[in-house]
Design a protein around this ligand. Structure first.
Ligand SMILES: N[C@@H](CCC(=O)N[C@@H](CS)C(=O)NCC(=O)O)C(=O)O
Length: 203
């Protein structure tokens, strides 16, 4: 397998993290934002939807969208429950992450950290994203106060999908995560899993 991924991106990190937790070997092609490698990958047609991550399988199939890639990789592993209702709950959190969380917490982190996004980082926009992010963190913290993992009794791809951006929301997003003890506990549980790699880890 060959993974085209953006080293600094939470969406790409989700896939690198699951591959590491599963102990899967793969070739990594790093395409950082605004880099020549990214343009080259786009021009060569390696990113069918124009975005990272993209997983190229040995049989020639190419998967894009981090959630779809996680779903594919998690088949027949403990990261995807067998039960239909639990599977639906996994998807519920993954859609919630893409529709509600990522457009807020990933965007705030991007505005604060990518030089090419700095012009959009107005005080009003950052404040709006701060308030919206905190409302989402409260919801997540409430859920994780009542259970160890997002779905069922063990880590699933729902946890991996949300962890991708939540774990760095303090350092990169500028959120005060000390307000959310259940989220911090959950992040520590994930970081404690065998095979865990950080966002900065180069495969
Ligand atoms: N929903 C997609 C989002 C993919 C996405 O927006 N990727 C960004 C990095 S986070 C990207 O490829 N940016 C490079 C570009 O747009 O040129 C996923 O989860 O895979």
């Amino acid at each position: 397998m060959k993974l085209y991924s953006m080293p600094s991106s939470g969406n790409s990190y989700k896939v690198r993290l699951l591959l590491a937790l599963l102990g899967q070997e793969y070739q990594h092609i790093a395409c950082e934002a605004e880099s020549a490698e990214l343009l080259k990958a786009k021009d060569a047609g390696h990113l069918p939807l124009g975005k990272l991550p993209a997983l190229h399988l040995a049989d020639g199939n190419i998967l894009t969208e981090s959630g779809a890639i996680l779903w594919y990789l998690a088949q027949d592993t403990a990261f995807l429950p067998q039960d239909r209702i639990l599977q639906a709950a996994v998807l519920e959190w993954m859609f919630f992450e893409q529709n509600r969380m990522e457009p807020v917490i990933a965007v705030r982190a991007a505005l604060r950290t990518y030089p090419h996004r700095a012009a959009q980082a107005t005080p009003e926009r950052l404040e709006e994203l701060l308030l919206a992010g905190n409302a989402l963190f409260q919801l997540l913290d409430g859920h994780l106060s009542a259970q160890d993992w997002l779905v069922g009794g063990n880590a699933s791809i729902a946890d991996i999908a949300l962890y991708g951006y939540v774990h760095s929301s303090g350092s990169r997003g500028g959120y005060d995560m000390a307000q959310y003890p259940a989220i911090l506990r959950w992040c520590a549980q994930i970081a404690d899993m065998p095979g865990y790699v950080t966002l900065e880890h180069e495969p």
